[in-house]
Design a protein around this ligand. Structure first.
Ligand code: ADP
Ligand code: MG
Length: 229
């Protein structure tokens, strides 16, 4: 399935008197890979949850393929830092949660290299394998949008690199639209077409990544660049 086009216009999101997102305007092309960075508590997860339809908007409009959306869409999937597998169900059944088709679930497990673990319990898997199962569960739903909320944050460095290249490979094959929240700016630059910085409830920087050319220099990115250079 091709990726969805997302348009966010004048999005406000408050929790009571706390204004978390203020007048966010943001367009994502079909099949684009956008990374979102920003300090802890700046509203990254809230933005993802709002796009996912798990939170209502306080103001503004979100459209998918030019149609206003409210509530959870069947072809949107999420991945979190904890894989959120059901411990009492085997791996294949976990992949089938929300996706009833067995063949698709097996195909998705094959795509993440874990078909031979189909009948294992989640508890015996490593952290990286659990995240692969969680990715397979997302893929088995034929998503046109995957929202990644720091999915690799708890993995060791080598496993994280393996997962990054797996996500990149599957995204290149399947072209679901991807929005990735990450603390790791090198990860954002490796995976994404664009990196967006959220500050004070708004988008303060939106940079296209083109690794063929020198990276855009902006003082607001210096703190992040220092982490990776
Ligand atoms: P981030 O993911 O960037 O670390 P979050 O989106 O989780 O930030 O949170 C942004 C702000 O919104 C924080 O101040 C947080 O405490 C608040 N917040 C998030 N969810 C809720 C909620 N359900 N109720 C009240 N406040 C919330
Ligand atoms: Mg968060």
């Amino acid at each position: 399935m091709a990726g969805v086009e997302i348009n966010i216009q004048h999005l406000d999101k408050s929790f009571g008197s706390l204004k978390v997102l203020k007048d966010i305007n943001f367009h994502v092309k079909p099949g684009e890979f956008v990374a979102i960075v920003g300090k802890s508590g700046c509203g990254k997860s809230t933005l993802l949850r709002t796009i996912a339809g798990l939170e209502s908007v306080t103001g503004g409009v979100i459209t998918f393929n030019s149609k206003e959306v409210k509530g959870v869409q069947e072809t949107t999937r999420m991945m979190f830092q904890d894989a959120r597998l059901l411990p009492w169900k085997d791996v294949l059944t976990n992949v089938r949660v929300g996706n009833s088709d067995r063949t698709k679930a097996e195909q998705a497990l094959g795509n993440v290299g874990l078909l031979e673990k189909s009948s294992e319990w989640p508890g015996v898997l490593s952290g990286g394998q659990k995240q692969r199962v969680s990715l397979a569960r997302a893929l088995a739903g034929d998503p046109d949008l995957i929202l990644f909320d720091e999915p690799l944050g708890a993995l060791d460095a080598l496993t994280r690199i393996e997962m990054q290249s797996l996500i990149e490979q599957l995204w290149k094959q399947q072209r679901f639209t991807s929005i990735l929240v990450t603390h790791d700016v090198s990860e954002a630059i490796i995976l994404a077409d664009r990196v967006v910085l959220i500050e004070d409830g708004g988008i303060s920087l939106d940079v296209k990544i083109d690794l063929q050319r020198p990276r855009v220099k902006d003082a607001r990115f210096t703190v992040y660049e220092n982490m990776i250079l």
